[in-house]
Design a protein around this ligand. Sequence first.
Ligand SMILES: Cc1cc2nc3c(=O)[nH]c(=O)nc-3n(C[C@H](O)[C@H](O)[C@H](O)COP(=O)(O)OP(=O)(O)OC[C@H]3O[C@@H](n4cnc5c(N)ncnc54)[C@H](O)[C@@H]3O)c2cc1C
Length: 446
Amino acid sequence: MAGIAVLRPLARAPARRIVRTYATAIPAKAHHRVVVVGGGTAGVTIAAQLQRNPEFEKKDIAILDPAQTHHYQPGWTLVGTGLRDLNDMKRHMFEVIPEGVKHYPLKVSTFDPENNTIKTAEGVDVSYDYLVVAPGLETNFAGVAGLEQALQDPASQVSSTYSEKTVEQVWKNIRDFKKGQAIFTQPAGIIKCAGGPQKVMWMALSQWKRDGVRDNINATFATGAASMFAVPKYSQALEDLRKERKVEGLFQHNLVKVDPKTKVATFKNLAEGAKGALVEREFGFLHVVPPQKPWDWVAKSKLADAAGWVDVDKATTQHTKYKNVFSLGDASSLPNSKTAAAITSQAPVLVDNLLAVMKGREIKGAYDGYASCPLLTGHNELMLCEFKYGGVPKETFANILGGQEAPSRLFYHLKKDFFPYVYWNAFVKGTWYGPSGFFRPNTTAS
Ligand SMILES: Cc1cc2nc3c(=O)[nH]c(=O)nc-3n(C[C@H](O)[C@H](O)[C@H](O)COP(=O)(O)OP(=O)(O)OC[C@H]3O[C@@H](n4cnc5c(N)ncnc54)[C@H](O)[C@@H]3O)c2cc1C
């Protein structure tokens, strides 16, 4: 695909600054010292942290990502619940690619780690000295029969915060719903932001209370999981809230089909002894979180583990077989909760270990599995769940503010106002480290 002209404006948002453009040709072949697959939260953060690291000599990084837009996905919950505007949650890719880093708008299709090469769907071969794999995961809307059709029909009362294309409909449906059966689903298996499915529910209930219609609405939380949350401390607090707020809990029920015409949702009962029985429920409002999985082209590659994730060491983020390959974020096999917050802790570890490999040193950086789920429980309240591997709480503010299972107004404003600001102004610029704020943590295993 030689000679594709890429418009690369030098400035930020066209509306806000003067834009100059110049054309870059994509060669049929390219070589870079570091190639990053995916320009999402993980890919851009790694490129930014590496680029500004004084130990990184001969700076030559290329990001491969066909997308022209970069999304702050944690903001979609805010958009779907009417708290923020969708435009605040996205930027043109050229606004977030770090200065001096090349962006090829190419779709990676094959890894050839024996020859340190990547092939793209456009027919370009890109070779590397070091590779960082961060293409996220696939949100599988086709995994629920009838869901794609239902989401395309605004009259279906079916919506989802899990895509930029469907998120604005969520808020419209919440505002319009006045009485009847509301169902909020969570699929079985690994998803990004495990608290995402219920954040929407708590906010919708809060909105319906504000509108004076809560008593006319029956709410059901239908989840493929056996409990409200994987970390026992927060799960118990959320279970108490569920009972107190009179929400039906349909546990181990996995949504398999939606009929937008009859307004019936079908669930498979996963409980032992239920023999996968199908359960039908009528709805007037349905919020769906689709099943999620590794990309097929990643799962089929030599880099994948048996489940299809990029097979890396859970502490070092280094590939278990190819020592010049690293991975982080949603695509990786790191067994943490898949969140942007986790990337703030993974990224400095990966950078330190990558630099160690480059310089022939022993790799010592270790990731402890930190992840965070800022769980909105209503207007002006949020439970800031923070934990590490093994479901062990690792709470940043507990010593000052007490246990973070108690919803707080301060945390609500962190999520609604501070985190989006810090994302665009520091996170993707490589200067934000989550729980340690603007201070780069010591990543060496203790
Ligand atoms: C509704 C929702 C709410 C969330 N809430 C929170 C929250 O409150 N807190 C939190 O910390 N996290 C939250 N998350 C999770 C968080 O957004 C993700 O964990 C994070 O975005 C993962 O980053 P990533 O870089 O691994 O993947 P992504 O950010 O998804 O980026 C992947 C990139 O890879 C690119 N790509 C895909 N295929 C290819 C290919 N073939 N070749 C090249 N590039 C490719 C894509 O275009 C994309 O740019 C939420 C997510 C959702 C959807």
